[in-house]
Write a protein that binds this ligand. Structure first.
Ligand SMILES: [Zn+2]
Length: 484
């Protein structure tokens, strides 16, 4: 292929809509053209391509490091759940039944199987057999797996699909106190993944009774706000108390030799987080990968002049060796122009680009270009490694700060329902007081399509305010928004 043709190819390959003008179309183009994901012939499902999987792998690796610190072990349980297991915890069964896919084939006893929409029941059946004494506790197990929630029809890449990948942690404790403390600890781990790895600011809080997990006594979540004004629940941690332990007959002999019921929690994050990366950080040129989560932190592109080609490629390869700790892409391909390559790595969101041209070689320097700001700097080779380390950290901070500033500006505090409705219409997240009654919350949802997000740990006290919708005394203050 001639170079000219490839440049034409890029015109159709680049993002053709602006993020602010048509965000759903922009989002889809970024996912497809940065080769994160593709549509699948199976309705409601998606294909995660290597670039998308590399983002998931960064999350998996960091979270596995946390799990190790927290003494949580990885394990694997079956994809299929017997119908009888599923129905043992009434609230749980009721909450999940509409979403479950059933296998047509039945087992020897004529029982049919669900494809897991979440694994509490199948795991706790095993826990009932394994846990005998206080010495078996705490039991902390995590599994990385796929999940199926059948009701999804229209796939929204990473954000909504019938099948997705996640981790689900399931722990068992001797005491309520320990259980509750660790439920919050895993939520903090999710904050670390979101903010410290992915540079996505989140609010930590408690879900309302209406929005909590089916079978939990309390659900905590981390919530973020996307640039289209929709909230995204980034992770949840559920205090299950003793409900499942009763249904699945999990018990242990305590230190006094008495028969006791343990306490449980479960918690999860999913490939949804990749959608949040795209929406939060991407721009009109495409994806921006938060540097700490980037597999290739740098793309090195030679500026090739035919008469000095061999020398330039050799020097570029040397720069590649110098920067090996950043796992650079060293793109010395001769059949693509440097301009084409610049566009390619911008589209794919590689955090930094290093250019090596004949003049740079002469001056013993390289050109470093940031993906987030586009800032271009000439850096002496002996300072290049340190400069890249510093710039990647500065980029993480800038991405986080930029997102935080946008989110703060998109949160509106309201005291009356007219202002509430207007703010939701204006694609804002609302912070307001609420009576805490289920019917009132449902009514708000029916009128505005906004759902409650969370009662924040900081600032959720009601004071003397009244409910934004029904004027009864407020029980708490919380966030509402339309959501993914
Ligand atoms: Zn109310």
């Amino acid at each position: 292929m001639a170079k000219k043709d490839q440049n034409a190819d890029q015109d159709t390959k680049g993002i053709t809509v602006k993020k602010t003008e048509d965000m759903p179309e922009w989002y889809t183009q970024v996912c497809l053209k940065a080769e994160l994901a593709d549509y699948s012939p199976i309705k409601g499902c998606m294909v995660i391509r290597p670039n998308g999987f590399a983002l998931w792998q960064a999350i998996v690796d960091q979270f596995n490091a946390y799990l190790k610190e927290d003494k949580v072990q990885n394990a694997y349980f079956p994809l299929f759940i017997p119908e009888s297991f599923f129905k043992r915890e009434a609230e749980h069964a009721e909450g999940f039944t509409p979403e479950v896919a059933w296998v047509q084939n039945k087992d020897d006893k004529g029982e049919r199987f669900a494809i897991r929409p979440t694994s509490e029941t199948i795991m706790y059946d095993s826990y009932g057999k394994w846990i005998r004494s206080w010495r078996d506790l705490p039991l902390r197990i995590n599994q990385w797996c796929n999940i199926v929630r059948w009701e999804v029809q229209d796939v929204k890449l990473f954000l909504r699909s019938r099948e997705f990948l996640w981790q689900e942690g399931h722990c068992v404790y001797e005491t309520d106190k320990e259980c509750h403390e660790e439920t919050l600890h895993y939520l903090e781990r999710y904050r670390q993944i979101s903010e410290d790895l992915l540079a996505i600011p989140v609010t930590l809080g408690l879900k309302t009774e209406r929005e909590k997990f089916a079978g939990a006594i309390r659900t905590y979540s981390i919530e973020s706000l996307m640039p289209d004004g929709k909230a995204l629940q980034m992770g949840t941690s559920h205090d299950l108390s003793q409900g499942f332990a009763k249904s699945f007959e999990i018990s242990f002999q305590d230190k006094e030799g008495k028969h006791a019921r343990p306490w449980q929690n479960s918690w999860g994050i999913s490939t949804r987080m990749i959608g949040a990366i795209v929406l939060t950080h991407g721009d009109d040129k495409g994806l921006i990968i938060p540097p700490r989560a980037a597999l290739n932190k740098v793309a090195i592109v030679p500026i090739i002049f035919e008469d000095k080609k061999d020398m330039i490629i050799k020097e570029t390869e040397k720069v590649g060796e110098l920067l090996s700790e950043f796992n650079p892409i060293v793109d010395t391909r001769g059949d693509y122009t440097s301009g084409w390559k610049f566009n390619e790595y911008e589209l794919k969101g590689i955090p930094l680009r290093v250019e090596v041209g004949p003049k740079d070689i002469e001056k013993k320097q390289a050109v470093v270009v940031r993906r987030d700001t586009g800032k271009k700097e000439f850096i002496p080779l002996d300072k290049l490694k340190q400069h890249i380390t510093d710039t990647l950290e500065a980029m993480h901070k800038n991405l986080y700060d930029t997102a935080k500033k946008r989110i703060d500006a998109d949160i509106v505090t309201v005291k009356d329902f007219k202002a509430f409705e207007k703010a939701i219409e204006d694609k804002k997240m609302v912070f307001t007081a609420h009576c805490g009654e289920d019917d009132c919350e449902l009514c708000i949802k029916e009128k505005t399509a906004a759902t409650s997000r969370c009662i924040p740990f900081k600032g959720g006290e009601p004071g003397s305010e009244t409910c934004v919708h029904c004027d009864k005394p407020a029980k708490y203050k919380l966030y509402f928004a339309r959501a993914y």
